[in-house]
Write a new protein. Structure first.
Length: 180
């Protein structure tokens, strides 16, 4: 969009067209605000394009004792899985458990049970040594006690950013990125 075609007054100017800027843009336009999104390079170009692509429920927050933050993260992950199929998909993880290494089987199982309760669905399973080794044939077996399979989510980050921007534009906002 040419700068001379922009309106003169904005309720909000968002600088940065990554996932955070796109999310703020969409939410602000849903609130009826006149919003301009400005990006120096291209949408989803910077940090958003260099992410892990994970939309996790915050298992690491649970480890640190942040139950409310974990619950909010799990709820947001579940909402995104429901609202953005194809952009946000469930992904499985395998986590080995070794004897004498913390966290152990018991504490991991408790954490994953809490995680499942927050997601309102049992999403983890423990495998014994033989079954886990069959799933991970190149994993070190010395002191292996088995392992867990659990789920989180993965996003197509660039497409998710563009979807948020497009939804906001449909609501009447304006965004601009240099044409290359």
């Amino acid at each position: 969009m040419a700068l001379n075609n922009l309106r003169e007054a904005w309720d909000l100017v968002v600088i940065g067209g990554g996932i955070t800027g796109a999310g703020i843009l969409r939410e602000a336009t849903r609130m009826g605000l006149a919003v301009l999104l400005v990006e120096r390079m291209d949408f989803a170009w910077g940090t958003s394009s260099r992410s892990t692509k994970l939309v996790h429920g915050g298992l690491r927050y649970l480890k640190e004792g942040h139950l409310l933050l974990t619950k909010e993260s799990v709820e947001e992950r579940e909402r995104m899985l429901g609202e953005a199929p194809g952009l946000v998909e469930q992904i499985g993880f395998l986590m080995p458990v070794y004897r004498g290494v913390s966290p152990g089987k018991w504490s991991l199982n408790i954490g994953l049970i809490l995680y499942d309760l927050m997601a309102r669905e049992r999403q983890h399973r423990f495998y014994d040594i033989e079954d886990f080794s069959a799933l991970t044939p190149h994993l070190k077996r010395k002191n292996l006690a088995g392992g867990f399979h659990f789920f989180d989510a993965q996003a197509d980050d660039a497409r998710l950013v563009l979807r948020l921007i497009n939804e906001a534009i449909e609501s009447g906002s304006t965004s601009d990125s240099p044409r290359r």
